[in-house]
Design a protein around this ligand. Sequence first.
Ligand SMILES: [Zn+2]
Ligand SMILES: [Zn+2]
Length: 374
Amino acid sequence: MLEKDVSLVEGAIKEYYFNHFDLIGIPSKISQREFGYQKINGGMIRHVAINDIKELHLLLMRETPSDVYCSNAYYSFPSMPMSEKDWKGADLIFDIDAKDLGLSCRNDHSVSRCSECHDTVIGKQTACAKCGSTKSELVSVACKNCIAESKVETKKLIQILVSDLGIRDEEIEVYFSGNEGFHLRVVNNSYEILESQQRADLADYVMFNGAIPETFGMKKQNNSKSTLPEMGEFGWRGRVAENLFGSKSKAAKMSRQIILDGYSAFQVRLDSMRQTIGARIDPKVTMDIHRIFRLEGSINSKSGFSKFKCKNIDEFDPFTDAVLLGEEKAEVIANCPVQIKLKNKKFGPYSNERVSVPKYAAVYMICKGLASAV
Ligand SMILES: [Zn+2]
Ligand SMILES: [Zn+2]
């Protein structure tokens, strides 16, 4: 990032941490966590120990990090190398990201930016129309549908955690990730000691991976003796029945037909059901017991939005609620081929124009590589 862009973005981030430090989610057992951070154009600094809230405030004000992370784990010695940290346990965490959901809207709000001449165009392109370069990066800009679909996955996940795994609603913290998805943190003592493999199994469970017909009463031999689950049953059996039959009145007839169709056809049905009834999380995040996870309330430098706590996920609108950088005007040269709507104001499309926009919109476009400070 160019020096003048760095200074605009860092200025806005510093102001945010000065004015909104109250939005930072102070982790429990703060002194046992490993912190990490990055500065714009800089590498990741890890293995940082922080003793209290004051030290955290100082770090944010002194370093103006573009991104701040905190371990889900707690250790005896958080600043030591990994092998010497002495792992004590870790919060159970989940990551849902719109880019992993295979949504058809993605191409409409992806922008290719040529690495040579910086020309931008909507959608994927193999070679730049202006300079012919084949080097480009693809950035995704704000999309309501991506957020709506991520909310659907988040709610499915919460439902499974609460109904099947004995986790209470109030033990689940939901955060907008600051870009295109949601992060969940479970604060429940009985899960914090799970090892990586157990967390991988748990991830498979919530994703409905590896389901076999036998679990749902379908027999490979003596197929006619199969009995499928009924609607209203506990856990996956109930969810599968609901997906298969839709309503109680149709259940008996459909059940007979599905049994007639046989074992293999049922396996195919189970596999395709995964997208609908499983929660589409990133399993790598959940199974990682040494992860440093974006700090709650901190700024995400992919957008300049904050990782914002959602008290009511249905009403939450990231493009208003999580846009917390300054409102003063900033001058930028914008080259943003799609229109963006932030805080109910529309910006663009812009084609290499000098515009004066609120700082939050300037930072957003700069972070996406679609504008540059004047
Ligand atoms: Zn080009
Ligand atoms: Zn989308």
